[in-house]
Design a binder for this molecule. Structure first.
Ligand SMILES: O=P(O)(O)OC[C@H]1O[C@H](OP(=O)(O)OP(=O)(O)O)[C@H](O)[C@@H]1O
Ligand SMILES: Nc1ncnc2[nH]cnc12
Length: 190
């Protein structure tokens, strides 16, 4: 995928100047982790305390309808999801890559833009009917998030929304999440 302009579609409450500053903290890395993929590196944004706070505050607006838990997808979804849960005053649910949690677990396997993976949730972590907001840094093909939705629902949770820092336009991620509320702060045009 070729690198192109970044379009701000979120960052609730931020002026365009501030939004541009936050957007500028995401680095495009061509041909990583494999040829043809432009990797969107958020480590510079995470290292900027004010930007991280702005992102977490803006994501919190997506939980306005009320949530009982924030679920984050390992690993980068943890970096945004845990501070978001704290900001909302609710608990955090780690959806972990396979082999990290002791049994019993539920497992869902999925395809990535550059590989395959499985995520797991410890059986019994979720109360039946708990309202869950799923959070991740990047929406690309949507495979990871769709697996997260399947896992949470299989364990008895109700997915009230799926929220991302950055959406990679043109990879079909949104259509993989059809039927769910999908919110993104930023979108990259490809
Ligand atoms: O929409 P998709 O095509 O599924 O891609 C998005 C996922 O890919 C990245 O995670 P990755 O699996 O690279 O793991 P990491 O967070 O541990 O770096 C990213 O953090 C999302 O979770
Ligand atoms: N291009 C990309 N950059 C960062 N994270 C990703 N996850 C899936 N595709 C990605």
């Amino acid at each position: 995928m070729s690198t192109s302009s970044i379009l701000p579609v979120g960052l609730t409450g931020l002026g365009s100047e501030r939004a541009a500053e936050v957007l500028g903290l995401i680095r495009d890395v061509p041909d990583y982790p494999q040829p043809g993929v432009t990797f969107r590196d958020i480590t510079g944004l995470l290292a900027d305390g004010r930007a991280l706070g702005d992102v977490v505050d803006s994501l919190a607006a997506f939980a306005a309808g009320g949530v009982d838990l924030v679920a984050g997808l390992e690993a980068r979804g943890f970096l945004i999801g845990a501070p978001l849960a704290t900001r909302l005053g609710v608990g955090f649910l780690p959806l972990r890559k396979a082999g990290k949690l002791p049994p019993p677990t539920e497992t869902v396997t999925y395809d990535l833009e550059y590989g395959t993976a499985s995520i797991e949730l410890r059986t019994g972590t979720l109360q039946q009917g708990a309202r869950v907001l799923i959070v991740d840094d990047v929406l690309a093909t949507g495979g990871t998030a769709a697996a997260g939705v399947e896992l949470v629902e299989r364990c008895g949770g109700v997915v009230v929304g799926v929220a991302f820092l950055l959406e990679l336009d043109g990879l079909g991620g949104r259509s993989r999440l059809a039927g769910h509320q999908v919110d993104t702060l930023l979108r990259v045009e490809s």
